[in-house]
Design a protein. Structure first.
Lengths: 316, 316
């Protein structure tokens, strides 16, 4: 019945095609914090953010009888997630399911219309080949597990009404599925982001976490060698090394104690590589608690570079 | 970004393609009664029935402030309905929205996986060109308005808790939108079905309604001229005439007082044209109140012929 497909394509006409960015990572890895600054920077009229954790197949009560946690692909409508990612990537609207985290119920779905940019964040956006095919840029958030556990306890107790013991038990229950389904997605990321304290340093307690950004040669990163060098002694440096799987990568290190001056040099260097002729955007680097972080700001700026670059190449 | 589409198509592989039948018609036109017999006949393992009235954009409370009724295309996610029809027609599952008629609320969506046959019934399945492109067979239910009003009053008072006055007021409020959006779909049907009493006859009160089936030459109908002729005096006859828009059509008339013997001849004739070598299926012609109707049975059998014929041609 290929005629039917032809009929449909002819009737549909042409569609806008948004730039698609995936931010994958385990629960409380910092996905929302990273996403928020990008949406604020580009504006909700140009950017749509979608959380794919809404594709739960079962509500909280139904999950009690199941032999897996919410992390397991079988606990999610992965085929529908794939379908919706394809549709969004072709500029089509979707009627997205909605999971209410406060009640644990699946409720009325909502219409999502893709703008110029779509950020898709969640636990499993890079789980399947078809889902990965929908993205222009892929990111995996990879904080040390001890730090992530701490963040999850803080958030789930403050916002979702759990006790620390309950969250720790849940983390233990989820660990085999994290290892089996979440962490393997790191392999598919163009950029792996790790926020962590620098080992062996005694910085003041309000020093932001450092960022280590693995820049894989799967997409074209801005040329930074003219600005940075491999010298370990600087607060920010670019270093060629081998990833855990042996593949060559550039690693951009941004230490938490980086000075505003040094930070500004790098921000400007990234921004100027884009050649927009506009000034560097503000509202980057804001943490969930309201504090500012230059390592976060530079991470977001790099993603912004990729978003705008992909958008520009598409329009060309 | 055509590469992205190629990626997706390659990653998706091939899919089953179900036969798609649309049954359009106004509220209480008899869509569910017609559908039910077909599903019972083919079995729920081979046939999926979808009601597109679930694609309401607003719930009952939200509609109160709106200048239109639930019949208006603007009151429905027509673009999502089109998208879901395309997906089903290509053998893909959908996460279908659900409107709860008893409470008037939009609730948790449900997974629908297309089987060999998909029946799509509702108010607006033939409203747009793209939606129509998804179907192999299209039907419009066209009872006389007086009869439909009577059916709607009976049903809405018995099952949805309204008074006859409320239903009459709603019918009056809906009339301009019925004329503007529902009835124009008649034009796009391969088969127009009209159940009505025969004018000028005094049949016993339990005589079933007669059926008039306009068979448009937009699809290949079974050859019935060898069995039926144009003679007006028979309880069942086939007659060439002009539709209200001037287009030529065959009209198959099945009078309510048709004898079981005459009915059986026609049923067998339709079924044998299919050449399955199997016996005529039962469970056709059952009305909502439990009574049987031979005109309904023949209508359903004709649709069954088209469903199986399309399925066979697809497999060839």
């Amino acid at each position: 019945m290929p005629h039917r497909i032809v009929h449909m394509l002819r009737a549909r006409g042409s569609a806008r095609r948004p730039v698609m960015l995936a931010i994958a990572g385990d629960s409380a890895a910092g996905k929302t914090t990273l996403t928020r600054g990008l949406v604020q920077c580009l504006g909700a009229d140009r950017m749509t953010a979608v959380c794919v954790d809404d594709y739960h197949r079962y509500d909280r009560a139904e999950r009690r009888d199941k032999p897996f946690t919410a992390l397991h692909p079988d606990c999610n409508h992965i085929d529908i997630m794939e379908q919706h990612l394809q549709l969004l990537s072709m500029g089509e609207p979707i009627l997205k399911p909605v999971y209410d985290h406060s009640t644990g119920e699946l409720v009325r779905p909502e219409l999502v219309e893709p703008r110029d940019f779509v950020i898709v964040e969640g636990l499993l956006p890079l789980h399947t080949r078809l889902a990965r095919a929908c993205f222009d840029i892929t990111v995996y958030l990879d904080p040390p597990e001890t730090l992530r556990h701490q963040w999850k306890i803080q958030r789930d107790c403050a916002k979702r009404g759990y006790t620390p013991e309950q969250v720790r038990a849940e983390l233990a229950r989820r660990e085999p599925e994290s290892a089996a389904y979440i962490r393997p997605q790191r392999r598919w990321a163009d950029i792996v982001v790790r926020f962590a304290p620098v080992a062996g340093r005694a910085d003041p307690p309000d020093t932001p976490l450092s960022a280590e950004l693995l820049l894989r040669p799967t997409i074209d990163h801005p040329e930074l060698r003219g600005v940075l060098d491999d010298a370990e002694h600087r607060a920010m440096h670019l270093k060629l090394h081998r990833d855990t799987d042996g593949r060559p990568v550039d690693a951009l290190h941004v230490h938490g104690y980086v000075s505003p001056e040094e930070c500004q040099v790098v921000k400007k260097a990234i921004w100027e590589r884009l050649g927009t002729g506009t000034t560097l955007p503000g509202s980057l680097g804001r943490l969930a608690d309201g504090a500012d972080s230059d390592p976060l700001a530079i991470t977001q700026l790099l993603l912004l570079y990729h978003l705008l670059d992909a958008n520009r190449r598409q329009a060309a």
